[in-house]
Design a protein around this ligand. Structure first.
Ligand code: NAD
Ligand code: UDP
Length: 385
């Protein structure tokens, strides 16, 4: 049966130039587009490991609908041609791990702002639609975080719920280089918005709120550098796999809402296939029902991992570590991130489904199956250095 959009119109197959297709979100989006639609993907990235299963062998049912283009968008003249021959461009390319924001602020700003500029320009000049991936981090800190700890106003949603069209963007000082990422993302959002207003660029901006699931980042020393610091899901997975305590930065008091990658990808597919409803909008994509402190996340992951691995938790499952020790000078944090869902709900009728426990269970089952054996071998045979 032909696929129809939310207004009952038949969806025509389109060609999508997906930049950053080899990353965590890109790999899930490619999987969804190949298995459930007839769209063609021109997958652009410097890496292809996470989508290798979609590219080979040639006998796959979607062979011919996905092509990998290994290129660095910083310096490759083929980019414009790929955008020109597509109906839609999705830009996911970024440096987006907090450990880099204060230690590699120049790379972070170049990657998230300067390198995204040609993508916006080519879309605008060639009248092509753009879905750009921003971040919930553009909200920075909540207004409530500046109130006294015991203020009753801290309980008032007006002081912490993050709304696309009314919440301010509140960052720390320039010395707190943590905010280099948020600031670069905010400026590219403003530029895209201005291209829409002044030059008619058809755009959608996505603000992901802690999407997590299989293939996120890397496990240090296994499929990434041993000294590398990925995002929290991979950090805690690594600790659990190695039977080490999970490290709670500054007490693990920050709060996050986590959403299962597969729920979030449903929202992106709706944006792709409903341009009239998605264009000109900025969308929060998160799960407001899955809020925990980082400490609670650590406790839940420890419990879930015990269940899926069949191993008892270690005696001291968590330890406290200062942010300076863990991330270095210039780190700062978002205190709380609850997305308002009004706009995405109204435009696309989308809602997240998966509970935190369930998404951790499927994700940690994947982590255990994928990495437990490799970790055992790495521990038994430490590399000579
Ligand atoms: P990721 O690091 O897994 O994917 C990014 C991909 O972009 C990588 O495969 C990388 O190789 C590629 N890339 C980077 N620079 C490139 C370049 N110059 N040329 C070609 N390819 C390049 O990250 P992700 O989690 O999939 O995030 C995708 C987007 O979503 C990013 O823009 C990120 O800022 C945003 N985002 C994600 C989350 C989340 O919860 N995962 C949260 C907020 C924002
Ligand atoms: N964090 C932690 N221990 C770790 C890794 C991260 O306590 O091993 C904390 C980090 O300080 C932040 C939260 O977990 O408060 C989420 O971190 P993540 O790297 O996923 O990115 P963020 O949500 O800040 O963008």
């Amino acid at each position: 049966m032909a696929r129809v959009d939310l207004d009952g119109n038949v969806i025509k197959p389109m060609t999508i130039c997906m930049i950053g297709a080899g990353g965590f979100i890109g790999s899930h989006l490619c999987e969804k587009l190949m298995s459930e639609t007839l769209h063609t993907v021109l997958a652009v990235d410097v890496y292809s490991d996470k989508i290798k299963h979609l590219l080979e062998p040639d006998s796959l049912p979607w062979a011919g609908r996905i092509q990998f283009h290994r290129l660095n968008i910083k310096n490759d003249s083929r980019l414009e041609g790929l955008i020109k021959c597509s109906d839609l461009t999705i830009n996911l390319a970024a440096i987006c791990t907090p450990a880099d924001y204060n230690t590699r602020p120049l790379d972070t700003i170049y990657s998230n702002f300067i390198d995204a500029l040609p993508v916006v320009k080519y879309c605008s000049e060639n009248n092509k639609r753009l879905i750009h991936f921003s971040t919930c981090e553009v909200y920075g800190k909540t207004i409530g975080s500046f109130l006294p700890k015991d203020s009753p106003l801290r309980q008032d949603p007006a002081y912490y719920i993050l709304k696309e069209d009314t919440s301010p963007c509140i960052f720390g000082s320039v010395e707190k280089q943590r905010w280099s990422y948020a600031c670069a993302k905010q400026l590219i959002e403003r530029l895209i918005y201005a291209e829409g207003a002044e030059n008619g660029l058809e755009f959608t901006i996505v603000r992901p709120f802690n999407w997590i699931g299989p293939r996120m980042d890397f496990i240090p020393g296994i499929d990434g550098p041993s000294e590398g610091v990925p995002r929290v899901l991979a950090c805690f997975s690594n600790n659990l796999l190695r039977r080490e305590p999970l490290k709670l930065v500054d007490g693990g008091e920050s709060q996050r809402t986590f959403i299962y990658i597969k729920d979030a990808i449903e929202a992106v597919l709706l944006m792709i296939e409903n341009p009239a409803r998605a264009s000109g909008h900025i969308f929060n994509v998160g799960n407001p029902n899955n809020e925990v402190t980082v400490r609670q996340l650590a406790e839940m992951m420890t419990q879930v991992y015990s269940k899926v691995s069949g191993e008892d938790a270690i005696e001291t499952p968590t330890i406290d570590v200062s942010s300076k020790e863990f991330y270095g000078e210039g780190y700062d944090d978002s205190d709380k991130r609850i997305p308002d869902m009004t706009i995405i709900n109204k435009q696309l009728g989308w809602n997240p489904k998966t509970s935190l426990w369930d998404l951790l269970e499927s994700t940690l089952t994947y982590q255990h199956r994928t990495y437990a054996e490799a970790i055992k071998q790495a521990i038994a045979k430490p590399s000579a250095n």
